[in-house]
Write a protein that binds this ligand. Structure first.
Ligand SMILES: *[C@@H]1O[C@H](CO)[C@@H](O)[C@H](O)[C@H]1NC(C)=O
Ligand SMILES: *[C@@H]1O[C@H](CO)[C@@H](O)[C@H](O)[C@H]1NC(C)=O
Ligand SMILES: *[C@@H]1O[C@H](CO)[C@@H](O)[C@H](O)[C@H]1NC(C)=O
Ligand SMILES: *[C@@H]1O[C@H](CO)[C@@H](O)[C@H](O)[C@H]1NC(C)=O
Length: 456
């Protein structure tokens, strides 16, 4: 006699849970991404912050250096697909950094334990059905997650999303579904423009849907920001990202950036040593810079050895001349013998026409509205003269503060800011980052109050 009521109450509880889940689902934020994006960089945000997630299996990027190929493996990618083949003699340069040919990238990928394929010749039509077909066929043989790249992350995004649209149309079990409308929203949110007439026909052909007349278009300035493909565009002239390299300064200048805002910690903070860790090949992220009575510092020989990602790599993994299988210093990313050295970056940027702002924010700071109040006027000033790149180590700090600055500067509201920061892979909500959520709410509440005053 006791079992019946118990069962009913269990059912009621289950029903309640389902209703709660549904209500929660209904208030979930609408974002213009294929899936709710994770923070960029898989297991190594310090090294691979520039990869843009389309789905957990597909991340897109521009043409990679050999170091970036290795970084991808260390972050947990299991294969690389290069849309284009770069023949012998077709090596490239990014601000003076060497960009390998396909044969050379293949070697780097294999020594890192990844699969590597290149899909089409440089003269093939990338926007053709044949290319999307080749992509479809190639995917069957690749371990996931896959880092997909072309020159600037543009064409590969088109081909990847067209593949997903084709699956949506022909394969009922495929997820996530990509229809024409999704395609244009997602690419606009990524700062990519595929609204050209020829491309519209390919989209229509693949989806089997009518041509989309007035697809949404991004508002990025400059339109050619993609020449610095590593950046994550926020809105108009606001961009965020992780640690830049020495070679990036020249590229940023050429693209038309006017300022860099660095939110990483300097050498000291409140008169204490405060250097952050620098990315090192075959060394784990997230190990602390300084030692104490029992633990030696991060870049101590023995500590480095203990913090290797893969103890079995040959020393050739680091370079032909290396005699050890891990890296000890990284000058390209402004590292010294302790960690990341902000003064080196400052001096490098100082040699360019770019304005440099240093706003140190501790990596795991619990933010309050005071945090934003303190940096607000500097950020707004930095954004006044044109394209500005805000960077930290992995793009997290600058996403929280940069999206808010862009919103304030452009007179947008809380909903826009929450949507945009989620589209960058950094969810802000009462659950995910209650501190940042409160900072956002306070900032917009003040803005509303101020506007009220101005009207009086
Ligand atoms: C579209 O998907 C179907 C079903 O998976 C496949 O047979 C076909 O080759 C795909 N077409 C293209 C252009 O990728
Ligand atoms: C359809 O999609 C599912 C889920 O992504 C996949 O496992 C399957 O291989 C696809 N089928 C074809 C014919 O492409
Ligand atoms: C020393 O640092 C390590 C790692 O950062 C930490 O786990 C340990 O508790 C610290 N020891 C002392 C005595 O502070
Ligand atoms: C700091 O935050 C990162 C995520 O950004 C996390 O992985 C790490 O464990 C945190 N470190 C500390 C000391 O809380």
């Amino acid at each position: 006699m006791f079992t019946l009521p118990t069962m009913i109450s269990k059912d009621i509880i289950l029903l309640l849970i389902i209703v709660l889940l549904l209500v929660r689902g209904a208030v979930l934020l609408e974002v213009d991404t294929a899936v709710h994006r994770q923070a960029p960089g898989l297991e190594s945000p310090l090294k691979v912050w520039w990869a843009k997630e389309i789905t957990p299996d597909f991340h897109v990027a521009g043409r990679l250096t050999e170091r970036q190929v290795k970084y991808a493996a260390e972050a947990g990618f299991r294969s690389i697909l290069s849309l284009f083949m770069y023949e012998t003699g077709d090596s490239g340069s990014f601000g003076g950094e060497y960009l390998p040919t396909t044969a050379e990238a293949w070697v780097s990928a294999h020594i890192s334990g990844m699969q590597y394929i290149a899909l089409v010749g440089g003269n093939d039509d990338w926007a053709s059905i044949a290319t999307i077909q080749k992509f479809h066929d190639a995917l069957q043989h690749l371990n996931r997650p896959i880092l997909l790249h072309c020159d600037r992350g543009y064409t590969i995004t088109f081909v990847t999303l067209m593949h997903m649209a084709n699956q949506t149309r022909h394969n009922s079990s495929y997820e996530p579904k990509i229809y024409s409308e999704d395609f244009y929203k997602i690419t606009a949110a990524m700062g990519l423009d595929f609204t050209h007439e020829d491309l519209k026909h390919t989209v229509s052909h693949i989806t089997g849907e009518p041509l989309v007349e007035n697809p949404p278009k991004h508002n990025c300035e400059p339109e050619e920001w993609l020449d610095f493909w590593l950046a994550h565009p926020v809105s108009t002239n606001w961009y965020v990202g992780g640690q830049i390299r020495d070679c990036d300064v020249e590229v940023l200048e050429t693209v038309g950036f006017k300022a860099i805002v660095n939110m990483r910690m300097g050498l000291t903070h409140d008169s204490k040593h405060s250097q952050e860790p620098v990315a090192l090949l075959n060394i784990k992220d997230g190990t602390t810079t300084y030692g104490n009575d029992t633990v030696p510092p991060r870049q101590d020989w023995k500590t480095l050895k203990d913090n290797r990602i893969n103890a079995h790599h040959s020393s050739a993994y680091i370079s032909e001349r290396s005699r050890i299988n891990f890296e000890v210093e990284n000058h390209l990313e402004f590292g010294d013998d302790i960690g990341y050295n902000e003064e080196k970056e400052k001096s490098s940027v100082g040699k360019s026409s770019l304005k440099y702002y240093h706003i140190p924010i501790p990596p795991n700071l619990t933010m309050t509205s005071e945090t934003f109040t303190q940096v607000r006027s500097t950020l707004l000033e930095a954004g006044q003269n044109g394209p500005v790149l805000l960077h930290c180590s992995d793009g997290r700090r600058v996403a929280y503060l940069g999206v808010l600055a862009a919103a304030v500067s452009e007179g947008r509201g809380l909903d826009w800011a929450l949507k945009r920061v989620a589209e960058l892979g950094f969810e802000v909500s009462p659950d995910a980052r209650p501190d940042v959520y409160a900072m956002y709410c306070d900032t917009f509440k003040d803005a509303a109050t101020n506007m009220g005053h101005e009207e009086l």
